[in-house]
Design a protein around this ligand. Structure first.
Ligand SMILES: Nc1ncnc2c1ncn2[C@@H]1O[C@H](COP(=O)(O)OP(=O)(O)OP(=O)(O)O)[C@@H](O)[C@H]1O
Length: 278
């Protein structure tokens, strides 16, 4: 897999003197579904904005397909990379769903027939095909989030940077959002980087994880590699997924012979059946 985004950043300080990021080294490979996991204020949004070229003035280098983002024209960044804000009301502005989704392709100079084709395809990708004529202000929060993603897909973005895509959604909405992102990743080959603190969803869906704490990367790897030491996670104000926490307690407090700490219900079931057979 080739690297699409690489970050080698010594530090970034906001104008008021807050050092929001330091010593960040990571690579996002083509086709990966990557998570940036961290507690409130750990620097996730800042890191996404650095990757999208919205934040400049840092010490270090960020490359997009090998080109320094600070030397690229914004148009060349936005052709490939789209950032979905945490709050959809910061992103949506047109009167209805069709018009909002059409804004990007029209701005790119697409002919009206092509705009229609892209909008219909994008809305269908996010299960909002029936909502083209609906007023933005009449959508539910979760529907607004989907329309934000459609707007970027309609521009043909190959890389989506998602800031807390599940924040504010009910449990089923969270799950459906993760399924949508998984589908875009698997079926349409969209590379996704998602900022989150939803530890329970992460191991079910993500390939790679980077843990941020106070602006620094403290751990990285697959969910299995990252979710091993509850104490370390507690130090960065995170925890194991609930199911892993339960098995960890049974193993350590009750001395049950679990070989490993499972991260999903399916894995836990296998471990329990095996442990009971011993
Ligand atoms: N415009 C700004 N000016 C000054 N400091 C800022 C600005 N934006 C963010 N910060 C600070 O930078 C740090 C990282 O903020 P950031 O929003 O990147 O964190 P986050 O991990 O996305 O948080 P959350 O999970 O709460 O959304 C915080 O200490 C925050 O107060």
């Amino acid at each position: 897999m080739d690297t699409r985004i690489s970050v080698d950043l010594q530090s970034y300080k906001y104008p008021d003197g807050t050092v929001a990021l330091s010593d960040i080294r990571l690579a996002v490979k083509r086709g990966e579904f990557t998570g940036i996991l961290g507690s409130n204020g750990s620097g996730k949004t800042t890191l996404l904005k650095v990757m999208d070229g919205l934040i400049k003035g840092y010490q270090g280098e960020v490359l997009l397909d090998g080109d320094n983002v600070l030397r690229l024209h914004p148009r060349d960044i936005y052709r490939k990379v789209g950032l979905v804000f945490q709050n959809p009301d910061d992103q949506l502005f047109a009167s209805n769903v069709f018009e909002d989704t059409a804004f990007g392709p029209r701005n790119m100079g697409c002919a009206e027939a092509e705009v229609r084709r892209r909008v219909e395809q994008a809305l269908s990708s996010v299960d909002m095909a029936e909502f083209g004529a609906k007023g933005i202000h009449n959508l539910s929060y979760g529907q607004k989030k989907r329309v934000c993603i459609a707007g970027l897909l309609a521009m043909g973005h190959e890389i989506l940077l998602m800031d807390e895509p599940t924040a504010g959604l009910d449990p089923m909405g969270e799950y459906r959002m993760m399924e949508l992102l998984t589908r875009l990743n698997k079926e349409q080959g969209v590379t996704i980087v998602m900022a989150t603190h939803s530890v329970d969803l992460v191991p079910i869906f993500l390939h790679q994880l980077h843990i941020l704490s106070r602006g620094k990367l403290v751990r990285g790897g697959t969910p299995e590699e990252v979710f091993t030491a509850p104490d370390e996670l507690a130090n960065v104000k995170l925890r194991l997924p609930h199911i892993a926490e339960l098995i960890y307690k049974l193993k350590h407090d009750e001395g049950l012979p679990f070989a490993r700490i499972p991260l999903t219900i399916g894995e836990a079931r296998r471990e329990i059946v095996e442990a009971m057979g011993k």
